[in-house]
Design a protein around this ligand. Sequence first.
Ligand SMILES: [Fe+2]
Length: 203
Amino acid sequence: MNGPAPVTEAVAAFFRIKITAGCEGADALESALALLEQARPGSAPEPSRLPALRYWEEALTIADESAPASLMAALRQAAPGFHWRQNPNYLTTLDQDYLSGYAFTEFVGEVAPLAHEGLRIGLLLIGPDRHYPEHNHPAEEIYLPLTPASWWRAGEDWRDLDGGHVIHHAPWRVHATKTGGGPLLALYAWLGEVARNAELTVA
Ligand SMILES: [Fe+2]
């Protein structure tokens, strides 16, 4: 494999748009792009699906309203090859209703086309009417939601945000997300201690 796949290039281009606009977490996104250039071929996982993918088409349709057409076209083109999975820490801590509507795939990560010890870049899908409870992780995180959802982080109130916002979480900062009537589709980047998965901070 020579360099990132077209979908990863499209994600990087979206990062650059947000950096140029002076988004929250722009410095971290710059760092993510620099690390992406150092990524090497990863585990090349086989395509896999999960029940949450029943929300995929709806999520894309909502994301079309705010995300760049070039990004959406790249996601649609690459989607048949995505390896969807779940954080193993959540298989015993989140209920079946949540798990049936939750999946992520990664472009850079432990199970992804590209690998880097200090970087993960992926796409999160959460079905409608779900609550991703308070959790944290040692990695620094930038979320780039493509659809509306409610977002919370320690020290602040819940915020209803449309697609197109950028949300930065410092290492270990506790955060949570709720979806409303539609699914959430969100790009994310993790930097730093990325090998340690997120864990819930509430029982
Ligand atoms: Fe997070």
